[in-house]
Design a protein around this ligand. Structure first.
Ligand SMILES: NC(=O)c1ccc[n+]([C@@H]2O[C@H](COP(=O)([O-])OP(=O)(O)OC[C@H]3O[C@@H](n4cnc5c(N)ncnc54)[C@H](O)[C@@H]3O)[C@@H](O)[C@H]2O)c1
Length: 357
């Protein structure tokens, strides 16, 4: 396959930008042509290999002058929508961070603009890249659990309660849109869809702010306006019930994302920390793994499956642009998750189930 050159730029030079640069800039034929952020360029964390790349504080100027083919959007959530439209207008493919947008209307406009421009749009649903998640998906798709009956997802963190984590844009609803619900809940929503392939039919939920205020790095107190914990219930296609819980204030939990799924012939569970193993209880009728034990042991994935690997998200957009068939989480996936988030917020206002689709 011919490797044609790709000009690549990043908007928002904070934490996750490092992952985008690592996954995208290291691929053959990719040249980083511009980096942008509203803060002083001298304060950005830039790896030595990108030290000579032009730096911009004006995003539109960077797009105009550097003419990238692909742009990563790594800013706080509020800016995902406007920068996506801008990058598409400048002729670039876009890979955007999650949650895709602040509202369903914004996410719909992003997908419509992408389709009109004829470009690719990726959303960094990073857990899709974990081997255990991909293997669980294959087991379920192959029918190894039989007809699915229940799903349970938890995503627990503690950082928000820690003094070491100062107040940031993540705690401001005007910049983040959501707290735990949009930051962690969106990974659960996409993760359950990715593993089961089941659509969301209706949802109801509750999100709360358990931590009213937080000190910034200078010690000044600010009100926390984003939810710190949320729980929601969904009916998936086929009537499967899925329960979800997420929090940023559970002492003892660093980054604990677990999905458990039961079907008529077995139960499996995946955990974000266990990338190369999963828990599986296999019934008598399981075919391919009939020799597996009938409790719920942690099983290593087959080494040949791990060896096969997968392009990392967000890096999968590069082979996708080059016409390779890869598993890329797209704007359509981001929009699906955004609709579920929007329906949960609506259910909190109305006190009633919200239908989707
Ligand atoms: N996929 C994942 O697992 C994952 C993990 C972490 C963060 N994220 C997402 O990545 C995004 C950024 O998060 P982060 O942790 O890197 O935050 P961060 O605070 O570390 O970085 C954000 C950067 O954006 C810059 N910025 C702010 N406003 C801007 C503007 N108007 N124009 C240009 N730059 C601007 C900030 O100066 C900062 O450098 C968020 O959407 C977040 O949800 C996703």
């Amino acid at each position: 396959m011919k490797i044609f050159p790709l000009r690549y730029a990043v908007i928002g030079m904070g934490g996750i930008a490092q992952t985008h640069l690592r996954d995208i800039a290291t691929q053959p034929g990719v040249t980083v042509v511009g980096l942008a952020d509203v803060t002083d360029p001298q304060t950005w964390k830039v790896a030595a290999e990108h030290a000579a790349v032009p730096r911009f504080q004006a995003v539109e100027q960077m797009l105009r002058e550097t003419r990238p083919d692909l742009v990563s959007i790594c800013t706080p959530n509020k800016f995902h929508h406007a920068y996506t439209l801008l990058a598409l207008r400048h002729g670039a493919h876009v890979t955007c961070e999650k949650p895709m947008a602040m509202t369903v209307a914004e996410a719909e406009a992003m997908e419509a603009a992408r389709a009109a421009a004829g470009k690719l749009g990726g959303i960094n649903f990073s857990y899709r890249n974990i081997a255990a998640f991909r293997f669980a998906r294959e087991l379920i798709a192959a029918g190894e659990l039989g007809r699915l009956r229940r799903v349970h997802a938890v995503y627990l963190q503690s950082f928000l309660g820690a003094q070491a984590a100062p107040y940031s844009w993540r705690n401001d609803a005007g910049l983040a849109g959501f707290g735990a619900l949009g930051d962690l809940g969106v990974h659960m929503i996409d993760g359950v869809y990715f593993l089961t392939g089941l659509d969301y039919r209706r949802v109801t939920g509750l999100a709360q702010i358990l931590l009213p205020e937080k000190a910034d790095a200078a010690g000044r107190m600010h009100p926390v306006t984003t939810d710190t914990n949320a729980a929601f219930l969904a009916e998936l296609s086929g009537g499967v019930v899925a329960t979800f819980e997420t929090t940023q204030v559970a002492p003892g939990y660093g980054n604990y994302f677990r999905i458990e799924i039961s079907g008529e012939r077995g139960t499996l569970a995946v955990l974000s920390d266990q990338t190369d193993a999963l828990w599986l209880r296999a019934g008598e009728s399981l075919t391919k793994y009939a020799t597996w034990k009938t409790d719920l042991p942690l099983q290593q994935l087959p080494t040949d499956f791990i060896a096969r690997g997968a392009p990392p998200t967000p890096g999968a957009i590069v082979p996708a642009i080059r016409g390779e068939k890869v598993d890329l989480p797209t704007f359509a996936d981001g929009l699906r998750a955004q609709r579920v988030l929007g329906a949960i917020l609506d259910s909190m206002k109305t006190g009633a189930w919200q239908k989707l689709g």
